[in-house]
Write a protein that binds this ligand. Sequence first.
Ligand code: UDP
Length: 195
Amino acid sequence: LPTVPIFGIRVSKVDMKATVSYLTEAVRNREPHQVITANPIMVMTALDNPAYMEIMKSAELVVPDGTGVVWAAEYCKEPVAERVAGFDLLHELLRQGEVYNWRVYLLGSAPDVIRETASRLQTQYPRIVISGYRDGYFGPEADEEIIEDITRSQPDLLFVARGADSQEPWIAKYKSRLNIPVMMGVGGSFDVISG
Ligand code: UDP
């Protein structure tokens, strides 16, 4: 995909439709992708945290979520096609998942929030398979068990909602073991979906 470098982070320039097509190919080919929905706070964090910068640089796909990132691309005279908001991409991927009966694992947020999110998404997208879900309040000692639960359920998509400072490092740390075509941090999205 064509990208524009913003402080060395390669941000995708394509629109929502092309982003979804690209990730559909990733699912078809079982190629693992960490998808980061970049906003200025994340870019600023990366600028004074080398470990976080490394995560942003090694993500297989970074999309321009924040309008500040869209603006930065324009400023570099390499405009992106449009803003690709994480919340919209989540829904577009589920809509696409309806066509292919994708399996989806939901990780993060409080227990009641994630339960309600799983139920509402299943109602809204009846043809996707919720392969599993679990809340996001756990420490590193639970990682092994959680990774096992996720991989056993063989999802096509994994959405992680734990706040940007922790969800992106968590995905980056385990992505080669998780080996899921689409692994994406979704911040507060489940709080919105669950109402
Ligand atoms: N969250 C979580 N585990 C944590 C901290 C936060 O699952 O240890 C969830 C929280 O319930 C919320 C989501 O992560 O659903 C995003 O949190 P927040 O809005 O605080 O983070 P931000 O997106 O602002 O970075």
